[in-house]
Design a binder for this molecule. Structure first.
Ligand SMILES: Cc1cc2nc3c(=O)[nH]c(=O)nc-3n(C[C@H](O)[C@H](O)[C@H](O)COP(=O)(O)OP(=O)(O)OC[C@H]3O[C@@H](n4cnc5c(N)ncnc54)[C@H](O)[C@@H]3O)c2cc1C
Length: 294
C-alpha cells in the first residue's frame, strides 16, 4: 500500500466533524469524522493512502447528488473530489473526475463538438456519473466514455470503456469501489445541438419536481413506462405521502423530497414504505439507485 507515499504523506488539514448535509443535494446526514475537499487530483491517492494507514474507512464524494448520508454520519474520511479541469484531446474531451457533467457538456458544445448534449441536464460530477453509469433520454455515460484513469490496487491505471462493464445505472466500480481520476469522452466534430440541450432542460422542468432530492430514488425495474418505479409507486397511491419532513413528490413518484426539515431516517422510512407497497401490490422488489452511506 503506497509504502513510499506513507513515508512522505503531505500534511493534510482535514476538517473534523464536517456536516455531510452540506455536501448532499438531499441536505441531510450526520457528520464525517474527517473531511477533505480537494481541487488537486494528485491528492486523491495520498488521501486514500492516509485513510488506509490509519486505518479508517473512506468514501469518495462527487457532487453528492446521488447519495443519502445517514443521520449517524460517517466514521472515517470523506474525500470530496473538486478537481475539475476540462480540456480538448484529439479524440474528444478530457475531464478530471470532479468536473460537473453539465460543464463538460457545455465545454464540448462551446468548442463545436457534439455528442454530450444529453448530459447537460444531469447534476453531479463525471466521476459520480461513471460510477453509476448516469444517463437520461436513452443515453448514458457508458456510451460516451472512451477511456478513464482510475486508482486500482493503489496504482493509477488507464482503462478502456469495456473495463467498466456498463449496464443500466451500473458499472463495475459498484463492486470494486475503484476511484475515477480522469476520463476521456468521445465527441463528434460538428456543431453541437443547442436546441436539444434546451429541449431536454424544458422536459425536465415539466416532468421532474424542484426541491431537495437525489433524483430518482429507485432504479426502474423494467424498461417500459408501466414498469418504471415512479409509475408503480404512483399506482400504490403514494404520491404526496409524507414521513416527518420527507414527501413522495406529487409530480413524480420516484422522487423523495426533503421538505426542509427531513432527517435521513424520514427519507429511509418513506422509501421503505414505497418499497413494501410495490412488493405487496406488484410482487416487484425495488432497488435504490441512490447510494445510502453510514
Ligand atoms: C434533480 C436531480 C436529477 C437527477 N437526474 C438524473 C438523471 O437524469 N440521470 C441519472 O443517471 N442520474 C440523475 N440524478 C442522480 C445524479 O445526478 C447522478 O447519479 C450523478 O451522476 C451523481 O454524480 P455525483 O458526482 O453527484 O455523485 P455522488 O452523489 O457524489 O456519488 C454517487 C456515487 O458515486 C461515487 N463516486 C463519486 N465520484 C467518484 C469518483 N471520482 N470515482 C469513483 N466513484 C465516485 C460515490 O462514491 C457514490 O458511491 C439526478 C439527481 C438529482 C438531484
Amino acid at each position: 500500500m503506497f509504502p513510499s507515499l506513507i513515508n512522505h504523506l503531505k500534511k493534510f488539514n482535514f476538517i473534523q466533524n464536517e456536516p455531510l448535509s452540506k455536501h448532499s443535494t438531499f441536505r441531510v446526514g450526520g457528520v464525517a469524522k474527517y473531511f477533505y475537499d480537494t481541487e488537486n487530483i494528485d491528492d486523491v491517492p495520498e488521501l486514500i493512502a492516509w485513510a488506509k494507514s490509519k486505518p479508517v474507512p473512506y468514501f469518495i464524494l462527487g457532487g453528492g447528488s446521488n447519495v443519502l448520508f445517514k443521520d449517524s454520519g460517517f466514521d472515517g474520511l470523506v474525500v470530496k473530489i473538486s478537481a475539475d479541469k476540462i480540456s480538448l484531446d484529439p479524440k474528444g474531451v478530457l475531464a478530471e473526475a470532479g468536473a460537473k457533467m453539465a460543464e463538460v457538456a457545455r465545454f464540448a458544445c462551446a468548442n463545436d463538438f457534439s455528442g454530450l448534449e444529453e448530459f447537460s441536464s444531469i447534476p453531479g460530477t463525471i466521476g459520480g456519473a461513471v460510477y453509476g453509469n448516469a444517463g437520461c433520454f436513452s443515453k448514458d455515460i457508458g456510451s460516451a466514455l472512451l477511456r478513464a484513469w482510475i486508482l486500482r490496487d493503489d496504482k493509477i491505471v488507464s482503462v478502456k470503456n469495456d473495463y467498466f462493464d456498463f449496464k443500466y445505472r451500473w458499472s463495475k466500480l459498484k463492486n470494486t469501489h475503484e476511484v475515477v481520476l480522469k476520463v476521456l469522452l468521445k465527441t463528434s466534430a460538428g456543431s453541437c445541438d443547442k436546441s436539444r440541450m434546451d429541449e431536454i432542460l424544458k422536459l425536465r422542468k415539466e416532468k421532474q419536481p424542484w426541491g431537495l432530492s437525489a433524483g430518482s430514488f429507485f432504479k426502474n425495474p423494467g424498461s417500459t413506462p408501466e414498469t418504471s418505479a415512479g409509475y408503480l409507486i404512483e399506482k400504490c397511491g403514494l404520491k404526496g405521502e409524507k414521513v416527518g419532513g420527507a414527501q413522495i413528490s406529487s409530480k413524480h413518484a420516484n422522487f423523495i423530497i426533503n421538505m426542509g426539515s427531513a432527517t435521513s431516517e424520514d427519507i429511509l422510512d418513506l422509501a421503505d414504505c414505497a418499497k413494501k407497497a410495490v412488493k405487496k401490490q406488484f410482487d416487484i422488489e425495488l432497488e435504490p439507485e441512490v447510494r445510502i452511506i453510514g
